[in-house]
Structure formats: C-alpha cells, structure tokens
Design a protein around this ligand. Structure first.
Ligand SMILES: Cc1ncc(C[n+]2csc(CCOP(=O)(O)OP(=O)(O)O)c2C)c(N)n1
Length: 312
C-alpha cells in the first residue's frame, strides 16, 4: 500500500515538473487522494472486478498494475500509451486486461455505466464487484442519482466511492453539495459511510466491508472519503484565485502518505533504511519511465482511426 501511494505521488510530482518545463502538455493530479484511492482499490481483484475511475484515480490504477511507464506514455500521448494509444487526454485510464473502463469527459457519466456492468455480473451469475469513483462535484449530476437509484432498486454489486476534496474546480463544497453525501444513500435504500479519506487503513476497512456486502449479494454501498486536493485542479488552473495558501498548508500537515509512514514506523514495519530503499527504487523506476516515454514514437496519422471503428 505504501509503495503504491508513494509511486503515485512521485510520478505525479514528476509530471508537474515535465509540464512546467514545457515537456508535457497537461497534468491532472491525484496528490492528496492517495489514501482514499489505494485503500479502496486494494479490495479489487485485478482482471476480474471492474473499475470505473475518474480522472484523478491515478493511484487506483497503480494498485491494479499500471506502471510509471504506462502513465508517462499516456501523459506524453505516445503510441504505446496503454489507455488510448495517445488519443485521450491524460487521466482517461483504460485497460481491457485490468478491467479499467475509460470515461468520457462529461462529469458523472461513469456511474450509470458502472451500474450496467454490475447488472451484467448479476445476470451472468458471477460474483464480480464494480468500483466506481468520482469527486463530490459529480454528485450534483443526474447520472449519479440515476445510478444510485437503479443500483439500490436492484441491489447490485457496486461500490460508489466519492472522493470529497472540498472543491469542484473553484466551487467550494458548501456551494456544491446540499446536506451530507454519505447520508443520501439512505434514500436509495443502502448504506452510506463517511470516512477519513486521508487514512488508508480506515478507507480499506470500510471498502472491505462494502466489497463483502456486494459479493454476498447484499447490494451497493456508498463511501464518502473526505480528503483534500493538494494541487490546483489541473496544470491549466490557477487555484490562488479561490483558496488561501494557509489552507493548503494545513492539509499538508495531514498528508496521507506522511501519516501512513508515521504509522508504519511506529509499528516497526518501516525504518529509515527501508524507506530510503523504496524511495530509491521508485526514483529509478520513474527516471527510466520518463526516458522511455520521451523516446517512444507518436502514432502516425494513418493510425488515427485504428481501434475506433470496427472493421466492416
Ligand atoms: C457535465 C460537465 N460539467 C462540467 C464539466 C467541467 N468540469 C470538469 S472537472 C469539473 C469539476 C469536478 O469536480 P469534482 O467532481 O468535485 O472532482 P474534483 O476535480 O474536485 O476531484 C468540472 C466542473 C464537465 N467535464 N462535465
């Protein structure tokens, strides 16, 4: 868990450097969300359960097996990008083998699609679970409510994870969300839990319970993971216009990775030496990934329609 969180954070940080150096066009970040994402995704069986992520779910796809190289190839829009062969923006994760389903750009579209996959599991008599994720802003969309209702009526094996990071771009939670997100689940007939999204083990625990319920045929669960986005919405946004630096600093003190690190030191599962070793491995992996992805070719124009339309 620690390794996945750190790999995602360090890769994400390197992406921003590449962007600021003019070597990468656009970055959208998972920084601050690592505990929520890793804690939830740890319950997925890769290649069997389905994941419908949103653009921030970089650490989730890392848990499932996407590497720093995969993420760098995607960031730079190269032909070998496993998500879309360079056709989609970064953050549109996809892998047939890992059962990660790509999203379209409109916020919230992933929810009804995820519920459809959960229905398919049910109709086939399989015990698969679907994890679908989004930000708190996405809970204002009709798609979210339609998906919650359908999943509740049919008691489908789906886990809704809302990563509430307090802002939908520049709109603060109090102007975006009425009442409590977690409590809304009650109205759709299934449990909703609010959890500290910066505590990876707490998220893992509630998600484990939710996955268990889904596998036993007891229906959906909504998890609201309360967290904070440490970067601007994307590399194209300036968050100085709507939030104070002090607020970000306060949240930096609650950094999910530092918090988990402290815990691992306390229980004797991590020490300075091991920490250095993991850190050095990750740095080497990212250095290699950047070098590889920068040297990798772009797709040719003649390939633009490949894998877009079925061959007639
Ligand atoms: C239907 C729709 N409306 C608006 C947008 C523009 N948009 C992209 S991301 C975003 C903010 C979403 O906020 P939230 O769901 O809280 O996720 P966060 O980025 O904070 O993690 C908006 C408004 C969009 N892509 N689709």
């Amino acid at each position: 868990m620690y390794r996945a969180m750190l790999l995602a954070r360090r890769t994400d940080e390197r992406m921003w450097i590449l962007n600021r150096q003019g070597r990468a066009a656009f970055v959208i970040s998972c920084q601050g969300h690592e505990a929520a994402q890793v804690g939830a995704a740890y319950n997925l069986r890769p290649g069997y359960d389905y994941l419908y992520p949103y653009y921030r779910d970089f650490a989730m796809t890392t848990v499932l097996g996407q590497s720093a190289r995969d993420h760098l190839l995607s960031l730079l829009g190269k032909k070998e990008d496993p998500n879309s062969a360079g056709r989609q923006m970064p953050g549109h994760f996809s892998s047939r083998e890992l059962r990660i389903v790509t999203a379209s750009a409109p916020v919230g579209v992933q929810y009804p699609q995820a519920v459809g996959s959960a229905l398919a599991f049910r109709l086939r008599g399989e015990d698969g679970v679907v994890l679908v994720s989004g930000g708190e802003g996405s809970t204002s969309e009709g798609d979210w409510h339609e998906a919650m209702n359908f999943a509740g009526v049919r008691k489908l094996p789906v886990v809704f994870l809302v990563q509430n990071n307090a802002y939908a771009i520049s709109v603060p939670e109090e102007l975006q969300v009425a009442g409590s997100i977690a409590k809304r689940a009650e109205g759709y007939g299934f449990p909703g839990v609010a959890v500290d999204g910066n505590d990876v083990l707490a998220v893992y625990e509630v998600a484990k319970e939710a996955f268990g319920r889904a596998r036993r045929g007891e229906g959906p669960t909504l998890i609201e993971a309360k967290t904070y986005r440490l970067t601007a919405h994307s590399s194209d946004d300036d968050d100085r216009r709507y939030r104070e630096r002090e607020e970000i600093e306060e949240w930096r003190q609650k950094d999910p990775i530092l918090r988990f690190e402290r815990y691992l030191f306390e229980v004797g599962l991590l020490d300075e030496e091991k920490k250095e070793e993991i850190s050095a491995q990750i740095k080497a992996e990212i250095d290699e990934a950047v070098e590889y992805a920068e040297a990798a070719p772009f797709a040719g124009p003649e390939e633009a329609l490949e894998r877009v339309y079925a061959e007639a």
